[in-house]
Write a protein of this length. Sequence first.
Length: 277
Amino acid sequence: MSVSPSAFDLAYDELRARWPESTEEHDIATSYGPTRVHVYGPADGRPLVLLPGGMATGLVWFANATALGRRYRVHAVDLVGDAGRTERRGTPLRNADDLNTWLDALLDGIGAADVHLCGHSYGAWIAAGYALHAPERVARLALIDPTQVFSGFRPGYLLRALPTLVRPTEDRVRSFLAWETGPARPDPAWQRLYALAHTVPDRKLITGGRPRVADLRMPVLVLLAEHSRTHRTHRVAERARRALPQAEVAVLPGATHHSLPLTTPEQLNDRLADFLD
């Protein structure tokens, strides 16, 4: 008996169609279940692993794939425990150590001894933790408006976000997005996918303490959204510069937290390309 695709599946496939035509879909075996990775770029390009924010799915990087894939082998990941096409089965997912073990297996699966690693929001928290866990496998680290890395969330942001977490509906999430992104207006197809992701059952996002970023030794880029409502941007920038005096820290004009990385992608792509080169 065939099962009709869910609204989330339909929205997922709609956004997947926005990726370059030659994008490949890989399911990488890990002990936590197969991980879906969207792969684009030259086969001999340096691996660039992109970790999205929570509920954003790896597809959120569709506006960046073409530019970044000219030189790098882009691997955009659906996070384990989150909405998307990554399946959670096998070893239970309990804590940040499990996320590091999962990423070890993922890099093994794509055949990469080391990679450039880039994460946005929750994905940046995972990326920073992994860079501390396996610094020999991370050549360069890019953190895009990271949360829970240099500071906590603003209380007002958490209050606004609470209804979308406790009793999520598509309308509630869209209203929350409109409040945070304002005139930035992220892509409508992605907004629909993000809103529906909150209604997917059995998600399990792992959280934990702030990583000891002062111990990072590889080159680090920190890009912050000028109008992010998750935290006070300039305060985070100051903390990042104090903790990582060797890092490149910059503020992206006009950006909000949830409008990254798909709104005005050119400035993000240019900053990333300059840093990775």
